[in-house]
Design a protein around this ligand. Structure first.
Ligand code: 7PM
Length: 269
């Protein structure tokens, strides 16, 4: 994707067990209300996910995932004027979400699942390729890198090559280092500080830091409900370091931070 100013991607989790909203938005009607509110608050993309990627989470069946997300996408696609992304790794969910009105595939597995690359190519979708070491069930047990930034760059190189072979164009791709997905606190901080390095591939960069455990750790183990200001701060650092898209739960608060940042940046004495 080509991006001119930072875009806020608002998270809409449609999972009963999602750690950060406690499944509050599980029923379609409140999900729709929540999405519409996020657009009003300044979200430029709504990210819809029905597959919990919580560390240690059980995998969600295709049926459950479809039942959660498709009605919401169908209802939203006529009613909001920002793109909808589908947070999934499953080709069948990608396809049905597309037919329901989604236009971006946000895959924490970077199109490595069987058939995912081909599906994304045939849908001619925009894609976000996120790095994850291991699988959601095991990824937080002793993640290891030689150098977290260069290891992830090597991963991106390989995925970009796979996308190229499948016929997915560079301008359809966004890369995401995957904060918290098989990373310890030191890894996450190194990635945030060196985020601009990922621009060497010439594609847009997404950062998802909102409410994550690294924010909790930095705040002396604050729980998930108390991580909003820390998350906004981290989002601002990501933008300062070149993030084109930031994936957040607290859209209005993040928007205010970006508005102040943007005006100070543009001010000419
Ligand atoms: C439970 C654990 C629920 C973790 C939700 C999560 C990212 C993402 C997620 C990200 C991209 C969360 C995660 N995180 N997609 N999906 N980048 N592209 O904290 O960092 O929202 S799910």
């Amino acid at each position: 994707m080509v991006v001119s100013q930072p875009i806020i991607m608002g998270v809409l989790n449609i999972t009963p067990d999602s750690f950060s909203d406690g499944g509050l938005f599980f029923d379609s009607k409140s999900a729709i209300t929540q999405a519409e509110l996020m657009v009003k608050e300044g979200a430029g993309i709504i990210d819809i996910g029905g597959e919990s990627t919580r560390p240690g989470a059980p995998e969600v069946s295709v049926e459950d995932e479809l039942n959660r997300v498709i009605p919401v996408i169908e209802a939203l696609s006529g009613n909001i004027d920002v793109p909808i992304s589908i947070d999934t790794s499953k080709p069948i969910v990608m396809e049905k979400a597309f037919n329901a009105g989604a236009s971006i595939i946000n895959d924490v597995n970077a199109l490595r699942s069987e058939g995912a690359l081909q599906m994304a190519a045939s849908l001619q979708a925009d894609v976000c390729l996120m790095h994850m070491q291991g699988s959601p069930r095991t990824m937080q047990t002793n993640p290891t890198y030689d150098n977290v930034v260069s290891d992830i760059k090597a991963f991106f190189e390989q995925r970009l090559e796979a996308c190229k072979s499948a016929g997915i164009k560079l301008n359809a791709i966004t890369l995401d280092p995957g904060f918290g997905f098989g990373k310890n606190l030191g890894h996450n901080i190194a990635l945030l500080k060196n985020l601009s390095e990922f621009h060497e591939f010439g594609v847009s960069i997404l950062a998802g830091l909102s409410r994550k455990s690294m924010i909790g750790s930095l705040l002396g183990d604050k729980d998930v409900d108390s991580r909003m200001i820390g998350s906004v701060t981290a989002a601002l650092i990501a933008v300062e370091n070149g993030a084109d898209i930031i994936r957040v739960h607290d859209v209005a608060e993040t928007k205010d931070a970006l508005t102040v940042w943007q005006q100070i940046k543009n001010f000419r004495e």
